[in-house]
Structures are given as structure tokens and as C-alpha cells.
Design a protein around this ligand. Structure first.
Ligand code: SAM
Length: 268
């Protein structure tokens, strides 16, 4: 297939893709940027809609790039070829990827996370670090969790940093935003136990039964979980610590909790 060719840094497409590093532009357009052939291929394969796929001139003719272009064109994407310097300008990287794409965001409701796979969810209360969020989406994917719930005001799952850190799991892990109240009603309906991980925990994390439907609740990077939220949980889990640090990193604590739940289920 023959792509459209752009060469000028003032081309409006360069400006609009470059703007996707800002929340405002992502909200207005409903798009987000995925960088790298593997990631773009994964998004297309999972049925996400790529509005635009941009390939570098130097990568033209490579088999995997041609395959991506064919797949994207068949799904109705705009296919564009550009010199590497323009991709550098969009992604602000000296050594840019050979393929980038603007995908359409998906916004799921809590009910879309219902009763899939394992009945194990991770809920994040006001997570603020995009790297942590991306890493947790990846952990949820690796452990086959049913989804990630973003409670109250969290960072944007479609930011460039989150998408990068998720290493493709943005396309595989379902996630939804919710208020704590809406989440409470949904959780009761699921009959799921709510296990909060907290430095105020009263029970060691591996002594809590997480074999049934379970939501693992994690707190904000600075403030942890509000007292009212901790009071509403079935269990407060403490991951043991030695040494001087007052807590583990959020994404690492989420991984320990999630893998403990999966271990209890025999890594099935
Ligand atoms: N200063 C905060 C506090 O008092 O909670 C530390 C927050 S910590 C960086 C972020 C989140 O990771 C916590 O809210 C909790 O969910 C989890 N976490 C970190 N270390 C933990 C531990 N040892 N046991 C259980 N959860 C932990």
C-alpha cells in the first residue's frame, strides 16, 4: 500500500500528534499516542482503532512495518510516512521509534469489568504517578486480573508515560474510573472482599484469604488511604518491611499483593 507522505515540521498532523502529550489535547480529541512497532501492532491486533499510523521513511520496506501498514489500512487508519526527524519532534526523543500511532481511547463502565476471568481486581485510590499506573496495568495483565479500578481523581491512563510503562498492557487490561461510592455499590453486587494494602495493616498480607472474589485496594503515593476508606475494608494487609523506609513503592506493593492472591489460587 502507498502511504501519504509528509516532510514539513509545520504539517498540522505533526502539531496534533505532538499535542497528545497534553491531557487537554487527549481529552478534546479522544486520542492517545502509542510508540513502537510492537505496541502499535498489539493495539491493532486487539481491535483498538488507530486513527493515524505514522511510519519512518527509513523503516519502509521492512516486513513487519509493511504488515502493520496493511493491517491498519484494512481497519481504516490514515497511513502516513515521515522522515525520522518529524517522529523525533512528535515524541521528543533523539532515537525515535519507527512506528507510532494515535489510537482512539476507550472509556469503560465498572460493569464492563464484571465477572471476567479470575474475580481479582486492583483498585487504586488517587494514584498520581503515571509510571506507577502503567506498571500496575502491566502487573494486572501478567497476573490475569479482571481489571483495574481508578478511584476518585487519578492520573490519566492514556498519558504517554503510562502507555510506555504499561508495555502494551494498556490494550489488554480493562480499567474504569469510579467514585468510591459507585465502586462500593458495584463491589457489593460482585460479592467481592475488599482487602486494603496499608502501612497501617493489622494482618500480614499472606495470611488473608484472597481465594474468592477479591478487590485489592492500594493507596495514594504520598497520603496512602484515607481513614474512612480503610474503615470500609474487610481486611487491612501489611506487607512486612525491615530497614528505614516507611513504605514500599506503590507499584511494587501492588505486585506483591496481586501475586500473593494469584499464588493462593495455585497460579491457575
Ligand atoms: N506515606 C504513605 C502512607 O502512610 O500510607 C505511603 C504510601 S505508599 C508509597 C503507597 C501505597 O502502597 C500505600 O497506600 C499502600 O497501599 C501500599 N504499601 C506500601 N507499602 C506497604 C506495606 N508495607 N504494606 C502494605 N501496603 C503498602
Amino acid at each position: 500500500m502507498t502511504p501519504e507522505i509528509i516532510t514539513s515540521p509545520t504539517n498540522p498532523l505533526v502539531k496534533s500528534l505532538r499535542a497528545l502529550d497534553r491531557k487537554k489535547a487527549r481529552s478534546e480529541t479522544g486520542l492517545f499516542l502509542a510508540e513502537g512497532a510492537r505496541l502499535v501492532e498489539q493495539g491493532l491486533t486487539r481491535g483498538w482503532q488507530a486513527e493515524t499510523v505514522l511510519v519512518s521513511q527509513t523503516a519502509q520496506g521492512r516486513d513487519y512495518v509493511s504488515a502493520i501498514m496493511e493491517k491498519a489500512a484494512a481497519a481504516g487508519s490514515r497511513i502516513v510516512e515521515a522522515p525520522e526527524r518529524l517522529i523525533s519532534k512528535i515524541t521528543q526523543k533523539d532515537n525515535p521509534q519507527t512506528v507510532i500511532a494515535a489510537f482512539r481511547q476507550k472509556h469503560r463502565a465498572l460493569n464492563d469489568l464484571t465477572a471476567t476471568k479470575t474475580g481479582l481486581w486492583i483498585a487504586l485510590h488517587e494514584v498520581r504517578d503515571p509510571g506507577n499506573l502503567g506498571t500496575i496495568l502491566r502487573t494486572a495483565d501478567c497476573a490475569g486480573a479482571s481489571g483495574v479500578i481508578l478511584l476518585e481523581t487519578c492520573c490519566d491512563p492514556y498519558s504517554v508515560e503510562t502507555v510506555r510503562a504499561s508495555m502494551g498492557s494498556i490494550f489488554d487490561t480493562p480499567f474504569a474510573n469510579a467514585t468510591f461510592d459507585a465502586f462500593g455499590a458495584w463491589r457489593s453486587h460482585q460479592g467481592a472482599r475488599m482487602v486494603a494494602a496499608s502501612v497501617n495493616g493489622t494482618v500480614r498480607h499472606d495470611r488473608i484469604d484472597m481465594t474468592g472474589p477479591t478487590v485489592i485496594l492500594m493507596g495514594n503515593e504520598q497520603a496512602g488511604l484515607p481513614d474512612t476508606v480503610e474503615a470500609a475494608c474487610d481486611d487491612l494487609a501489611l506487607i512486612p518491611m525491615r530497614g528505614g523506609a516507611d513504605s514500599l513503592n506503590l507499584a511494587q506493593a501492588a505486585a506483591i499483593m496481586t501475586y500473593e492472591a494469584w499464588r493462593q489460587r495455585g497460579f491457575a
